[in-house]
Design a protein around this ligand. Structure first.
Ligand code: PHE
Length: 340
């Protein structure tokens, strides 16, 4: 009998309890009415009279021991699982990092542009994406038959051909000039729409940042200085810049701005089509007609404007080769910008 008691002590010692299920097994085995300890109490009758008292005492201690273990394990299991069943966590395992969200690369780049221009006194201005012909084209000196008004480029609202989705952020220049008197110094980031087939290089929805500076005696030199400053801040001081004569109905003279290709450092690659240069913006001196359309006297004031694609800047900065990645929201793409 006493050997059996010893065995049960050992069994209790070795019984592993970490989960609620194991705790229940422990209870059934040792503590329950039909458990091993109760069974021994049953057998107490068979012990000779003279030993019964001593054996009884042994059994009582065993019972207390089992009960105490059960209470301890129960507390442990409840504490570990926060009241739920489950394995006790292994505190030596490496911590699983928290999955934090990431800013979209376009948001990162837009914010950088805002910050760079903010430091040289440009505020941020906003305007509608659904526009009338006047704000998107008319006020900007587009002749009535200009090809950019063609259905191929512009999404028109079917029931009213005077209403369209803006094809550029230049509508905000017009609204700003109408609303405020010079000096004006603002950038205008926003979404724009064009009726283009979606490919690696073109999309029907993209983002631009327009810039406008109107004051007395603003010259082309100011435009150049401002954009030189921007390019060096954005892409690094070794980046080369060139101004190429161009045409926009709303600026005169006009120039397109190229920077030395960041990917091949000017040596020639498929991103810069082997030229060593990539275009990043259109710009020019605000056409006097546009100023007067917006109620600003072109004899008193002059200004410059520029517009660039945020996608283009982000593609160059992060070496992204396909425009479609920006809108597909593939987490493998987006995760690369965590902490950027
Ligand atoms: N709005 C022009 C475009 O979408 C860019 C631009 C803006 C050019 C301002 C000159 C001045 O292509």
């Amino acid at each position: 009998m006493l050997d059996r008691v010893k065995e049960i002590y050992q069994e209790i010692e070795q019984f592993e309890v970490q989960t609620k299920d194991q705790l229940e097994l422990f209870r059934l085995r040792f503590v329950a009415k039909k458990g091993a300890v109760a069974e021994l109490f049953e057998k107490l009758k068979t012990v000779p009279q003279e030993d019964r008292r001593a054996v009884g005492q042994e059994l009582n201690s065993l019972k207390d021991f089992a009960q105490q273990r059960f209470t301890d394990y129960k507390a442990l299991v409840e504490e570990n699982s926060g009241g739920h069943a489950g394995p006790v966590p292994d505190l030596t395992l490496p911590v699983v990092p928290n999955q934090t969200g990431a800013l979209h690369p376009l948001s990162i780049v837009r914010q950088q542009i805002i910050t760079i221009f903010g430091r040289i006194g440009f505020s941020v201005s906003d305007g509608p994406e659904i526009e009338t012909d006047w704000y998107n084209f008319g006020a900007l000196n587009f002749p009535d038959n200009h090809p950019a008004r063609d259905m191929q480029d512009t999404f028109f609202v079917q029931t009213n051909p005077d209403v369209l989705l803006r094809t550029h952020t230049s509508n905000v220049q017009v609204r700003l000039m109408e609303r405020q008197k010079p000096p004006l110094r603002a950038i205008m980031p926003g979404r724009v729409y064009r009726n283009e087939a979606i490919s690696a290089r073109a999309h029907c929805l993209f983002h631009q940042v327009e810039g406008l500076y109107v004051d007395r005696n603003v010259g082309f030199r100011d435009l150049k200085d401002t954009l030189y400053h921007f390019v060096k801040e954005m892409f690094g001081k070794d980046t080369k810049i060139r101004f190429r004569p161009s045409f926009f109905p709303f600026t005169e003279p006009s120039a397109e701005i190229d920077i030395s290709c960041l990917i091949c450092k000017g040596a020639g690659c498929n991103v810069c089509k082997q030229t060593g240069w990539v275009e990043i913006a259109g710009s020019g001196m605000v056409d006097p007609n546009v100023l007067s359309n917006c109620g600003i006297d072109p004899k008193e004031f002059t200004g410059f404007a520029f517009g660039m694609g945020i996608e283009r800047i982000a593609m160059l900065k992060y070496e992204i080769r396909d425009l479609r990645l920006f809108t597909e929201n593939d987490v493998r793409f987006l995760r690369q910008f965590e902490g950027a």
